[in-house]
Ligand binder design. Structure first.
Ligand SMILES: O=c1ccn([C@@H]2O[C@H](COP(=O)(O)O)[C@@H](O)[C@H]2O)c(=O)[nH]1
Length: 281
């Protein structure tokens, strides 16, 4: 039987820690790394990050946007990076933020969450703002194949507040209602265990403001936490930022690690892994 994503995540946490190294081939980083701003450059960058992360960290998160800008050649480069990461035993979170309806959502889910697909990842970020129910095909396929899904809940960008802080008649914020939906799904599918569906909650936010501290999860909920490092949140504050949600937090860092360049990235990954470990005590 296939192990669930939650079980696989628990194992990664124990074996390799909670750091997730972002693979974000920004134009300025490619230049700083001495690589061309092309699909081949993005691919070489991604493979070098995978090599640095392998055996040091447990999780990587390629940002699909930085590959997609090169069209089909960028996707070929991305496929190579995904395959290398999975071969290296890293857990791969595809940051594609997909959101659609009905059979179109099914198409995205098949592309990213089907074993053997060229774009296969271990977990995918998805956008629930077409309604949480629109995610059903992705959630079901993920459960079927031991994959994970991270639902944008409260994002680290300031513009997200307009939507995510809106309240329903009962005074629950949109963000809190997403967290509630995720927790219900996990409680139904993985009672008492780490869920396979997680939330994206930015480390730059005050969770109380979004009402996220008022919905204590009934299972350990995976939290993909961007906003550390370059965006300003400090790993040492992980416990105070996330409170009850801290046990499920995956610390995502991209530019703060990638800025170390090709010769410094392995050390930068090691330093970040150690910082995350000591933040957890
Ligand atoms: O709320 C969100 C959701 C996703 N992201 C993504 O995470 C990385 C962050 O990069 P840094 O260089 O560590 O700031 C990037 O790929 C974002 O698209 C996010 O920042 N916030």
């Amino acid at each position: 039987m296939t192990a669930s994503f939650g079980t696989r995540l628990d194992e990664v946490f124990v074996r390799s820690g909670r750091l997730c190294v972002g693979i974000d081939p920004h134009r300025f980083l490619l230049e700083a790394w001495g690589l061309p701003d092309t699909a081949a450059g993005a691919g070489a960058f991604g493979l070098a990050v995978v090599e640095a992360a392998a055996g040091r960290a447990g999780i990587v998160k390629p940002q699909v946007a930085f590959f997609e800008r090169f069209g089909s050649a960028g996707y070929i480069a991305l496929e190579g990076v995904l395959a290398a990461a999975r071969d290296a035993g890293l857990l791969v979170i595809g940051d594609a933020k997909r959101g659609e309806i009905g059979t179109s959502m099914e198409g995205y889910a098949e592309a990213w969450l089907t074993p053997g697909s060229p774009l296969e990842v271990d977990a995918l970020t998805v956008n629930p703002y077409l309604g949480f129910g629109s995610l059903q095909p992705a959630l079901e396929l993920a459960e079927q194949h031991g994959k994970g899904v991270f639902v944008l809940t409260a994002t680290s960008n300031p513009e997200g507040r307009d939507v995510q802080l809106a309240e329903d008649r009962a005074g629950l914020t949109v963000a809190a209602s997403m967290l509630d939906e995720i927790d219900h799904w996990n409680a139904r599918h993985h009672p008492g265990a780490t869920g396979s569906i997680g939330a994206v909650i930015g480390a730059t936010l005050r969770l109380e403001e979004f009402g996220l501290t008022e919905v204590p999860p009934t299972t350990t909920l995976p939290i993909l936490a961007p906003g550390f490092g370059h965006q300003g949140a400090a790993v040492a504050d992980l416990g105070s930022i996330y409170g009850d949600l801290a046990p499920g937090v995956i610390v995502s860092e991209s530019r703060s690690i990638l800025a170390a360049g090709p010769s410094g990235i392995a050390d930068a990954v090691e330093r970040s892994v150690a910082a995350v470990r000591s933040a957890r005590g």
